[in-house]
Design a protein around this ligand. Structure first.
Ligand code: ZN
Ligand code: ZN
Length: 259
């Protein structure tokens, strides 16, 4: 009798399993029809699931690991990790600099899609691909501070991209982030409209610290990283770091892409 019950249960379980496989396959097919898998960078159709096509993969360049540890400038393997000549002549107000990718090709397109089009899928793909490196760079007691943008521009755009990036990096790196501590003061012109010297002048007095938010932290971080999406001349990072150095913690800069 017991054997009979056992065998009928087995038959039932097998039937349920094949039914759930059938339902799973049906859901997969419907999803394929509604949302055909595409390359997250160039949108060409892909056979299996969303991801990166072979052409885009060839165009993605990571920022060379052989760089000046202090400012991030590319160095030959023999000279890395520096310090480079610039850091010796004029040391920046931070002692580490890391960038994940070169600002070109599909990475540049991904950042434009995200910032102008509001589609961050390709950024998440890039961050997932870089997760092991992000974990190497960030420690569990580090704190990420996004480079703030002028309040008026943030209201107009409705987004704070560096803060989103800091949150995504913190999640992958297993550390904290805070968007209140480093504040923007006044409304400066866009850095991309200006030349090198003008960029520095434009940013003078642009950043301030919110000491209340700093005091409200549960624990003091081991290191602070200033986070920005794109680093070009480095003038913004330098000025923000000059202000953040007052927090009295080891300071680094971390950008998604560097030109
Ligand atoms: Zn592609
Ligand atoms: Zn350097």
């Amino acid at each position: 009798m017991n054997q009979l019950r056992l065998s009928s249960m087995c038959v039932m379980l097998m039937a349920m399993e094949s039914l759930s496989t059938f339902i799973g396959q049906a859901v997969y097919r419907v999803r394929h029809l509604l949302f055909p898998p595409r390359c997250v960078f160039c949108q060409i159709p892909l056979p299996e699931r969303d991801g990166c096509c072979a052409d885009c993969l060839m165009g993605i360049r990571i920022w060379p690991r052989s760089h000046c540890r202090r400012c991030g400038a590319v160095l030959s393997e023999a000279l890395a990790p520096g310090p480079c000549g610039n850091c010796l002549r004029r040391p920046p107000p931070f002692d580490r600099s890391e960038s994940l990718f070169c600002y070109e090709g599909p990475v540049r397109e991904a950042i434009l899609q995200w910032k102008l089009g509001g589609h961050p899928a390709a950024i998440h793909w890039l961050l997932d691909a870089a997760t092991a490196h992000i974990r190497d760079v960030l420690g569990p007691e580090d704190l990420l501070l996004p480079i703030p943008m002028p309040l008026a521009r943030m209201r107009r755009v409705g987004q704070h991209h560096a803060a989103d990036l800091a949150r995504w990096l913190a999640r992958r790196g297993g550390c904290g982030w805070n968007w209140r501590i480093l504040r923007r003061v006044g409304c400066q012109r866009r850095q991309s409209e200006l030349s090198g010297r003008e960029r520095q002048r434009n940013l003078r007095g642009a950043f301030a610290l919110d000491w209340q938010s700093w005091d409200a932290l549960h624990q003091r971080p081991a290191r602070i990283w200033l986070v920005d999406d794109i680093q070009t001349t480095g003038a913004t990072m330098r000025e923000a770091a000059r202000v953040a150095a007052r927090l009295g913690k080891p300071l680094g800069t971390l950008s998604l892409a560097r030109a």
